[in-house]
Ligand binder design. Sequence first.
Ligand SMILES: [Zn+2]
Length: 381
Amino acid sequence: MRTIRGTVVLPGGAFEASVTFGERITAIAVEREMTSAKVPLILPGFIDTHVHGGGGADTMDGAAGVVALAGFHARHGVTTLLPTTITNPWTNVLAALRGVAEVMTEQAAAGGTAYAGAGVASVVGAHLEGPFINPHRLGAQPPHAVEPTPELVEEAVGTGVVRVVTMAPELEHARAAARTFAARGARVSVGHTNATAAQVAAVAEAVRAAGGTVGFTHLFNAMTQLGSREPGAVGAALADPEAFAELILDLHHVHATTFLAAHAAKPDRLHLITDAIRACGLPEGLSELGGQRVVVRGGAARLEDGTLAGSVLTLDQALRNAVGSGMSVVVASRALSAVPAAYLGLTDRGAIAVGARADLVLMSADLRVLEVIVAGTPVAG
Ligand SMILES: [Zn+2]
């Protein structure tokens, strides 16, 4: 058991308090409502539902890559994540999903504290980003988009790890595939799409009829935009009170004001992701994404034609960007923890509460990571 004191970010606000925990939080003693920011700031661990890589590793590298990226992002406050695949020949994608399954099996066998002691975030599934996307809206995805045929969908869900699947609603097999994924527990996330709002609504209806949850992949990027007469996928996302949406707040993908507008439309459904790639955390220069050359310069990763290619963002930086845009730490923290937990249906984490996993981020007054705790165990700094 350990007790830490500081300014604790609880669901109802920030309080001067102490938190006692083992693998789970056993007690929270609130002393008073925060008057001056007492350091450390204690936040619930961040949850990243869309992360390709970091620290030189990538989900497509297999199990070792997944462990390495989960270690890298843990040092930036991420205590739970979904390693994310990229559009590639199907055998490569399947192999990557099996790598994620291997890590999940190892983590389950080790139990919470044992794998946390290895300094890595909890892996709760994979985000299958591509290949079920529009070949004309690839963004930086390599050109291996395919239809989500029943055979491929069955192979994907058969790995047992697909927790989020990005899909373009206008594909011929999208509705049937969305039903299958939703029925098997995967969130269906609209993305890399040229769909109209009506096409999005049709797939959303299919997902919900199967008991599923609808999301949007990196809202605003690689999708049809909101216009006065054409609501597009962005309009469909903002108008749907139940749908969740991811957003990359590196200030290259989305303007801070655009982020605030989206947050005003869905304060309890918008969550922040990194979409980070292998190059994240490395010196700027040449890197790789899905077999393509990427150049990192000025904090942005781009293909040689200038297309943004994922990001080099970490979630602690996303928090600083949200607060820098005028949002309070308490509200921004929800977009990093409680909202993605709700999206994924994780009821044991996402907030600092008695009985929840002790996934905590200790930060300085200027929101720099001081210590990260995964299931009660500090990860190596
Ligand atoms: Zn991505």
